[in-house]
Design a protein around this ligand. Structure first.
Ligand SMILES: Nc1nc2c(ncn2[C@@H]2O[C@H](COP(=O)(O)OP(=O)(O)OP(=O)(O)O)[C@@H](O)[C@H]2O)c(=O)[nH]1
Ligand SMILES: [Mg+2]
Length: 219
């Protein structure tokens, strides 16, 4: 007789249970939280840095950095003097709810309004694991091509916000904006799109205003 054990289901079930715990902790502390996902190099850390440089004086942030190895991104953010936890997954291509739970329990939650979690750079795996944050953001950059919404639909579907980054490079890169926008509308109609450059700051104020609005709605 053969007994089949559905490990995959169990992993997802257990993850969902802990994600609910994380959600509860963050709700109790009235913290707005974002799971920031995207390919390696799409600009997740640059985006966090730019946001901190503009809002650090008026909003209390906490940062969780997820990487397979090392603490390079956490070190980049250190200069903003915000509480940071670096998670090293040791090989896993995404964060899971248990990792985030351990991280936030090491943050001074009573002194934080907004938490940014930078997930491991990857366009596939992070989309499959809820970590208990309130909103998902996909940071996508124009240098990755205009076809990826079709090829990697899940990460766009699970994201309430899509940041289309590196628009300062539009004149140098073959990127069909209309095609990208139409694909996004078809695959995930409710995803809110903001086109900006975290580097030059072009359109960045749109994100800042939107973030402030989300924060006000939370209060
Ligand atoms: N031109 C341009 N470069 C950018 C922009 N945003 C980020 N970069 C550059 O892109 C490179 C990668 O940016 P990161 O912020 O490290 O990307 P990341 O998504 O955090 O990467 P991982 O953490 O490795 O997944 C860096 O050299 C950034 O300076 C942008 O808007 N325009
Ligand atoms: Mg990074």
């Amino acid at each position: 007789m053969i007994k089949v054990i559905r490990i995959e289901e169990n992993i997802f079930e257990e993850n969902e249970r802990i994600a609910t715990e994380v959600r509860k902790i963050l709700k109790e502390k009235n913290i707005l939280s974002f799971n920031i996902m995207g390919s390696p190099g799409s600009g997740k850390t640059e985006f966090i840095e730019k946001t901190l440089s503009l809002l650090n004086n008026e909003i209390r942030f906490g940062i969780v950095e997820g990487d397979i190895e090392g603490k390079i991104d956490a070190e980049r953010i250190e200069k903003y003097n915000v509480p940071i936890i670096q998670i090293n997954t040791g090989g896993s291509c995404h964060l899971d709810a248990n990792m985030l739970k351990r991280a936030i329990l090491n943050l001074p939650l009573d002194e934080i309004d907004i938490i940014f979690v930078e997930n491991v750079g990857n366009l596939v795996c992070p989309a499959e694991f809820e970590i208990g944050t309130e909103k998902n953001i996909i940071i996508y950059s124009i240098t990755e091509g205009d076809d990826k919404v079709i090829k990697y639909p899940l990460i766009f579907r699970v994201s309430q916000i899509c940041i289309l980054n590196k628009i300062d490079l539009l004149q140098y890169v073959e990127f069909n904006m209309e095609k990208f926008e139409n694909n996004l509308k078809n695959i995930s109609p409710s995803t809110f799109l903001i086109k900006l450059s975290a580097k030059s700051g072009e359109n960045f104020q749109i994100w800042i205003d939107y973030l402030k609005k989300l924060k006000r709605e939370k209060n």
